[in-house]
Ligand binder design. Sequence first.
Ligand code: PMP
Length: 466
Amino acid sequence: QYSGPSYEKVLEIRQKHITPNIVPHFKKPLLIHNGHMQWLFDHEGRRYLDMFGGIVTVSVGHCHPKVNRALEKQINTLWHTTNIYLHPKIHEYAERLTAKFPGELKAVCFVNSGSEANDLAMLMARLHTGNQDIITFRNAYHGMSPYTMGLTALSTWRFPLPGVSNGIHHVMNPDPYLGIWGGAACRDSPIQTDRKCDCTSESGCMAGARYYDQLEEVFKYSLPRGRVAAMFAESIQGVGGTVQYPKGYIKKAAELVRANGGVFIADEVQSGFGRTGEHFWGFEGHDFIPDIVTMAKGIGNGFPLAAVVTTPKIAALLGQALHFNTYGGNPMASAVGISVLEVIEEEQLQKNSLEVGTYFLKSLAKLRERFEIIGDVRGKGLMIGVEMVSDRAARTPLSAPHVAEIWETCKDMGVLFGRGGLNGNVFCIRPPLCITYDDVYLALNVLETVCKQHLEKRLRNWRRNV
Ligand code: PMP
């Protein structure tokens, strides 16, 4: 039972006292007051299926009983020491988290947010390589601290601050759907929508090679003596609209970066912890091992916790000076982190992500066959993007008011999706990994209904105009 201030009072406080940067979703914002697993409940007791997981953050389920118990136990034992003393939880967690990584990735530094993790990764890369320049993709989102704001390339997220982009190069996004080369077949996905790769030559798909040429040009023409500190990439671009790269591109890019003195940083903030289904880490889908990995969100199921994992050699350089983070790796966050790892394992959530996610993808691809408004369906596991278009052949994004209307109707019908991409026209699906086939069925039904409604509306308008 909701017992907080009235809905109107909450809106008033928000207007008067909360900075305007966080725009609430929906025309009539939801007042959510509790959650259980894949479900959220508003102040009037209405239930919503959470297909966005608090922006990919709730990995094992809202208020998961085991995670809650672990946190409660820790709260009654010890909250805080700022890591100036030893405490068992951070050590136990460090060992268990690094065990999840291949190769030399065995040193971890805990922080509190994805932006902090990416800041630290930049520092590590620059210290290790002695170089300054960093490469990211034009469509990337890597955080909102002044440092990472420079990495983030989406114009909608950028402020005119001096200095944030010093030494940062935004290279062409290897996007086979909206980019100039490629097609659905260039991507590593369990489904192929009908737009086949249109760049195939005798030696196979050329999209990856063409985008790679563009990257090489940046090394040749833009980097000082061709040297680089790092390249950042997500395994699948999240905020950018669930963008998948042509097969083989990332592995080749990492080789190029290393050959020119740099390290490769995989941002696994969205794609880690089993989200992509077939692997625990998204980068494993690209068949290479990065030098530095950053993670947040799903790592703590919503608790403020993030981390950077790297090799002991790269990590050693942080010892040159004191590097301090008051809350990083605190006992509560560590207890939560351990229990999240346990739940993923015990409930086989990576397997669930693969099975339920692949079924979801295939069903969405079928829905696309029936509705022109769905331009593209892509992703892996439970990291799915549905791109809404007004003209499928031209891939014209559906206009913002239409997207907003459809999105809002889904909410009114009880299913919450995210939105992403430069034009905000990609429905981002990132539910807690515990969702079931029944949940998928509900989400598909709602999507089918809104697509039908949109089509009927278009037909009515068309008839009126003839
Ligand atoms: N990297 C990626 C890929 C993200 O999606 C985000 C957050 N949306 C961040 C970094 C930044 O994380 P935080 O908001 O915790 O700083």
